[in-house]
Design a protein around this ligand. Structure first.
Ligand code: ADP
Length: 447
């Protein structure tokens, strides 16, 4: 039994005492601050324990204690006051255990003891010593009612409990209806969404089909254009070459002498025919590259030889003293690529750099970058505005107002160079700003 001073004690001896202990249990529960439902729980648990104890032929002492410290708790111990009355009643009290926080059946000094505990609600007033005394005094005056009184109280409580059960059942029914409605709503939404998704999918599929068709058309158009360019330029080359040959013949000292005006006009014809031949040749090159008719011939290329060759062939173009033409020693000695195509790309870029640089420097270098090889052709020339960095790779595009320091152009060199860089498995890009010069970068795979 608990060592704290009990609130009240009572002895169960005959069946009628079960009613009394029930009343007392409710009274104690009320006095310490339990709500009505908890009062009934404590009372019911107690009367059930009392009933079981009496049924196995054991008298019982009931002792109520309140624990004010920690979490305030009401404890009830129901124990056999006489030695030798131990009984195995645990299994019969399993249900009762649910009415309280803890229920233990143990062996006390004189036999079986059932200990129950239930925590007080936080709303209960604190159990000060003064209040405990008041509770004790109040309980001492408690006069147990008759079994009939207890029956009527129980009936009242049953009616309240039944009402609550009905209210809960109604709540449950309402919740079920709501749930069903929500489910219907969710299903409807789901159907609507999947319909929309299906429709969107159909749209996307149609769009893709359309795109496929368009890209087939585009490819066909581009092939037709390349074919046309190749044919026309090829057909033009022979007559233009003939015109150049004829002008040379006319100007030859062994031919019949021309008047100075005639000579000037033949010179003009020769010059124009020369320009036309350059254009026709450029067009033919580009058309070939675009038509995929260029098959690279891979070999182990010595870059020192390539750089030496470029230095030799381009030096005559870079004769102005204001411009330094620098071909570095290659930072990468060898590369597996197509030598002819690589030389064409670099020559193209170097020719441009020389063409658009009035003073300063034109420089060619090569180095390894992130597992690739980068050739750089940099100059201190006019530079190109950022918004035109892609446009200059379009056919025939020339930066408006850009005037070549030397030579003329067709606007076909860069698209051709980019095409070739692509055929070599790499790319061509530019980094440039007006007034600061340009750097063209050819990036190729290292192997
Ligand atoms: P083009 O035969 O006119 O040189 P490209 O395709 O080689 O044709 O170049 C297109 C245009 O890009 C040039 O006309 C010029 O305006 C610009 N460009 C190319 N290279 C340079 C450079 N190194 N510096 C400044 N502008 C350049």
């Amino acid at each position: 039994m608990s060592k704290a001073e009990p609130l009240i004690r009572m002895r169960l001896h005959v069946e009628q005492d079960v009613f009394s202990v029930r009343q007392l249990g409710r009274e104690v529960a009320r006095a310490v601050g339990f709500e009505q439902q908890d009062q009934t729980r404590v009372a019911t648990a107690l009367s059930e324990v009392g009933r079981v104890m009496l049924a196995v032929g054991v008298d019982a002492d009931v002792e109520f204690t309140a624990e004010p410290n920690g979490v305030p708790t009401l404890r009830v111990a129901v124990g056999n006051p006489l030695p030798g009355g131990a009984a195995d009643i645990g299994p019969q009290l399993v249900q009762v255990g649910r009415l309280v926080d803890t229920l233990e059946v143990g062996d006390g000094e004189t036999g079986t003891v059932v200990r129950m505990a239930r925590r007080l609600p936080t709303s209960a007033p604190p159990l000060t010593p003064g209040r405990m005394d008041e509770i004790r005094a109040g309980l001492a005056e408690h006069i147990p009612g008759t079994p009939l009184d207890e029956l009527s109280v129980q009936n009242q409580q049953l009616i309240v409990a039944l009402d609550e059960v009905r209210a809960q059942r109604d709540d449950l029914a309402r919740l079920n209806t709501e749930l069903e409605e929500t489910n219907r709503g969710v299903m409807a939404l789901y159907h609507q969404l999947s319909d929309e998704l299906e429709e969107t999918n159909r749209g996307v599929v149609a769009l893709y089909a359309d795109l496929d068709e368009k890209s087939v058309q585009l490819r066909a158009a581009s092939e037709a254009k390349s074919r046309f360019l190749a044919n026309v330029s090829h057909e033009l080359r022979a007559p233009v070459t003939a015109v150049i040959g004829l002008t040379r013949l006319l100007l030859d000292p062994s031919s019949e002498p021309l008047g100075s005006e005639q000579r000037r006009q033949v010179d003009l014809i020769g010059g124009s025919a020369g320009d036309l031949l350059t254009l026709v040749n450029d067009l033919l090159d580009l058309a070939k590259a675009e038509a995929g008719r260029i098959e690279p011939e891979w070999s182990d290329v010595d870059l020192r030889v390539v750089f030496g060759q470029l230095r030799g062939t381009l030096r005559p173009l870079a004769t102005r003293p204001e411009v330094d033409f620098v071909v570095e020693d290659p930072g990468v000695p060898r590369l597996r690529t197509d030598e002819v195509l690589l030389v064409r790309v670099l020559r193209n870029l170097l020719t441009n750099a020389i063409k658009f640089t009035a003073q300063g420097e034109v420089r060619l270098g090569v180095r390894a970058v992130d597992g690739d090889i980068e050739f750089t052709v940099s100059d201190t020339g006019t530079g190109i505005p950022a918004e035109l960095h892609e446009r200059i790779f379009e056919e025939f595009y020339q930066v408006p107002g850009s005037v070549a320091v030397t030579g003329k152009g067709t606007g076909l060199g860069l698209p051709y160079a980019r095409r070739l860089a692509g055929i070599l498995g790499g790319g061509l890009r530019v980094d440039s700003a007006p007034g600061e010069g340009s750097t063209f970068i050819v990036r190729l795979p290292a192997s």
